[in-house]
Design a protein around this ligand. Sequence first.
Ligand SMILES: [Ca+2]
Ligand SMILES: [Ca+2]
Length: 331
Amino acid sequence: MKKTFSIVQGPATADISLAFLLVGVTYDRKMRVWILFVLCLAGNAFAASITEEPPIVEEEEPILEEALPEVGSNPVQVEIGEFDEAIEVVEDNLNEENPCLNHHCKKGKVCEVDEENTPMCVCQDPTSCPAAIGEYEHVCANDNTTYDSSCHFFAHKCSLEGTKKGHKLHLDYIGSCKFIEPCLDVELSEFPLRMRDWLKNVLVTLYERDEENNMLTEKQKLRVKKIYENEKRLQAGEHSLDLLAHDFEKNYNMYIFPVHWQFGQLDQHPIDGFLSHTELAPLRAPLIPMEHCTTRFFDQCDSDNDKYIALEEWAGCFGIKDQDVDKDMVI
Ligand SMILES: [Ca+2]
Ligand SMILES: [Ca+2]
């Protein structure tokens, strides 16, 4: 069975200081492609609250990927601002020339000044959004409507602000709307096996790249080092479902930290031990078109049906035992 490994690297975006990486891996007969948003690894820009400094817009050199080792995973670092509709950073600096210069609006809104030259956020006109370059910029919302880009979507959502329809409307996944086949029970049971493995691989990849980037703290590195050594052994074989199930039993402890780590990456608005739909979006939106069990998996994670995924629920979804759920590990 042939493994292929491909890397597509996009440009650094103006919104964030991280490069945009897409590493696609196909392995096993189903040629599945895994994709993950690794959020805000270099800093806590994503965690910016309304009281913090506005994000600094900076172009960065793209990260070179030539020597990237094969790990059977495909982490993706994306524009983290893509889904942060919850963020509204407003700072009133006295800037006589352009009051909007330091006045940041959330997705779907733009800054305008009123008669008194006071900046305020108003809904963006969708026609002012940059035209989508390709279909990959399209997004599908939960009203089963395709929008040209997330800019178009958020501008439209803003126009419905205050209405029930607007409240319910959210970005469902990346790409044009398409038929997503129902997730069978047996497929649903396989999903966490692969996802756990993938989370582990994301961390191992970060660990390998971390020499210059310092994306992981020293404490995190120590935890991942053990996983890394274990992973090298696992790489010798294929990551079949049987192997993954066996490895989870045998090396259960290796999986505890990656599951906690991913939760911490997502739980940012606010950091409260619960994942809202918006917080989960960077992970699920690119995954849904490729993994038809994504929606069902995360829906069932919310076992008490309160629309939030608590750390305990999250860990339980990935087979982590109650006694191993540790809030301190998330940070
Ligand atoms: Ca949260
Ligand atoms: Ca819940």
